[in-house]
Design a protein around this ligand. Structure first.
Ligand SMILES: [Zn+2]
Length: 318
């Protein structure tokens, strides 16, 4: 049972709460690692951080007792009521195509000052927006498509850019159902606005798919549903190497508590089923996992731990 949208503190409260912990100020954003390169067989993969979101702790499991939630945050060395969420984007090169998978937050929510760094960090990595041939969107929440709505970005992208998105996702945002979510104040309206604007501005470049689509050799986007009706994951495969970008199908808490309903999930029961199915598969075939909101650079493996799962961070390769 959702606790409803009004039960959550504002995002500004969360940001202030986290900032208060840094009595000497935060480090300069560009002094922290913001990109991480790896190979999946012949496929080049770059994980890029768009920044960090500070959100109400209730978002990580709105169907559980607040005391249980607070204890989990405490165990993770986080403040009891604020969730610090990484925001990862992936750039992939395969078969002569350069594919951006999700695009970060942009400036879609003004009270989140530590996100929206994607373009500047791509530039710092020597990647020109005009070199991107394809964009894959796991779904149309603003923390995944907002970077493409920043002033001037569309003009810098090539006119023949292909934007891949599940047809069910575009349909959903014509009349989205927010009855099962649990979000901070202002979020539902901002999400509706961003998705609508995205569909208007990029409609002519969209290449909607039904179930799955091979964007480039070994780069397969596949619809899962759950989080949103058109939510999709991207499976990379080259030689014997495998990596899945899970978007918002898996969160940090989802290994230990795959049945906790995330506040952004529009169909939480189905989202939990999708999560368990995917985590089981990744544990069985031992492939790598990257997800939007796992701690940067987020490259990890999944192990089975009794009835639930265990997060196994990958070794830092440099
Ligand atoms: Zn997200």
């Amino acid at each position: 049972m959702s606790l409803g949208n009004t039960s959550q503190p504002s995002v500004k409260h969360c940001v202030d709460n986290v900032n208060a912990r840094y009595i000497h100020g935060r480090p300069e954003p560009e002094l922290v690692p913001s990109r991480y390169a790896l190979k999946v067989g012949a496929i080049d993969v770059l994980v890029v951080s768009d920044g960090v979101l500070s959100l109400p702790g209730a978002m990580l499991g709105h169907n559980v007792d607040p005391a249980v939630r607070a204890a989990w945050l405490e165990d993770m060395f986080l403040p009891p009521d604020v969730l610090e969420w990484a925001l990862n984007v992936v750039l992939v090169r395969s078969g002569g195509r350069t594919i951006l998978i999700d695009a970060g937050m942009g400036v879609e929510f003004p009270d989140l000052p530590r996100v929206g760094r994607l373009v500047q960090r791509l530039e710092a990595a020597g990647i020109d927006l005009a070199s991107v041939t394809d964009v894959v969107l796991t779904h149309l929440h603003m923390d995944h498509c907002g970077g493409l709505l920043v002033d001037g970005v569309r003009d810098r992208l090539r006119p023949d850019l292909r934007v891949h998105l599940a047809a069910a996702e575009a349909e959903f945002w014509a009349s989205p159902d927010f009855s099962r979510v649990s979000m901070p104040p202002g979020f539902p309206d901002a999400l509706r606005r961003a998705a609508k604007r995205f569909l208007n501005e990029y409609r002519s470049q969209m290449r909607p798919f039904e179930t799955e689509y091979e964007v480039a050799p070994g780069v397969l986007v596949r619809r899962t549903g759950g989080h949103t009706p058109g939510h999709s994951v991207v499976r990379l495969a080259s030689g014997s190497d495998r990596l899945t970008f899970a978007g918002d199908a898996v969160f940090q808490v989802g290994f230990e508590h795959p049945d906790w309903y995330n506040g952004f999930e529009h169909d939480p029961e189905e989202a939990a089923r999708v999560r368990v199915r995917l985590l089981r598969e990744l544990a069985a075939n031992r492939e790598s996992l990257v997800a939007t909101h796992l701690s940067f650079p987020s490259v990890c493996h999944v192990a089975v731990a009794g009835d639930v799962f265990r997060w196994v961070p990958g070794p830092w390769e440099y």
